[in-house]
Design a protein around this ligand. Sequence first.
Ligand SMILES: NC(=O)c1ccc[n+]([C@@H]2O[C@H](COP(=O)([O-])OP(=O)(O)OC[C@H]3O[C@@H](n4cnc5c(N)ncnc54)[C@H](O)[C@@H]3O)[C@@H](O)[C@H]2O)c1
Length: 303
Amino acid sequence: MNRLTTCAIASNISMNDKRPFQSVGIIGAGTMGSGIAQVCAQSGYPVRVYDVNPALLEHARHQIEQRLQTLVTKDKLTATQRSDILNRIRWTEDLRSMTVDLIVEAVVERLDVKQHLLTELEAINEGKVVLTTNTSSIPVTQIAALLRNPANLAGLHFFNPAPVMKLVEIISGAATQPEWVEQLRLFVTSLGKVAVVAKESPGFIVNRVARPFYTEAIQLLEEGVADAETIDALMKAAGFKMGPFELIDLIGVDVNLAVTKSIYQGFHQQARFRPSRTQQQLVDAGHLGRKTGKGFYGYPEAK
Ligand SMILES: NC(=O)c1ccc[n+]([C@@H]2O[C@H](COP(=O)([O-])OP(=O)(O)OC[C@H]3O[C@@H](n4cnc5c(N)ncnc54)[C@H](O)[C@@H]3O)[C@@H](O)[C@H]2O)c1
């Protein structure tokens, strides 16, 4: 057993009494929802995960089982810890069973879907819940607009892959109650992650700064300056961990495009944020990256 891992798990669990929330509900079992559920369960939180699609719930459960098994194989987790973590996660297609202290919404990057679900969750929990959204780009204030109490919603933006990436942006909307921001900061710390509090702005901090990384790379490809492999290889040689095309495939071509579109609208269609036809075409064709087995690259093992 890796000593650091043991200490991290022990220190997280010993924080129990200092925890601002006793139970967590994750809405959406996709790339981000499954990762966030794993992170919370690994830190000792009882977690419920809801999705409309039972096949995706099953897929997410399988992925978490596999990721934890890899940690056991690498001697970073014991088999008992693995099964304790898995036992903390409950999977459901019934939204009404999502009565928890904290909701983390991680469904498709669409304002109407997020608003609808969060409004329902506010009612199901009779207002006694802190609501958060993992949106990458939609203004928290806009998502909160239909809530009875918009003060109860904040942005809680994990990065992909959630079990690995340390940073979490906490976004305060126009009405967000400052007390919740503080509680969320404690929550993020209890997950062993680093919280950065930011004011609302299209794309917040990281996604805004990262936009040209994707859009300029696609433009280079469209102009025929170099192919995706070459651009990715050069960016890695320049010090980036991943190239723009492999990163878009990891994020999800659809998710990345939705974020670009939303930032483009958020900045009143400034040309520097304009989405590309090439990316739209991939989405139209269902080539969404790793999750569908094809994006800018092919992933035969995913199918
Ligand atoms: N992928 C990334 O790298 C990344 C990083 C940070 C934040 N985000 C944000 O996280 C959110 C989710 O992204 P993702 O990559 O996990 O997407 P995804 O496509 O992998 O998963 C979305 C999930 O939402 C579910 N869903 C759709 N409509 C639903 C509904 N009405 N009720 C319940 N579930 C529903 C789908 O079944 C699916 O499981 C988005 O807001 C995205 O912008 C994504």
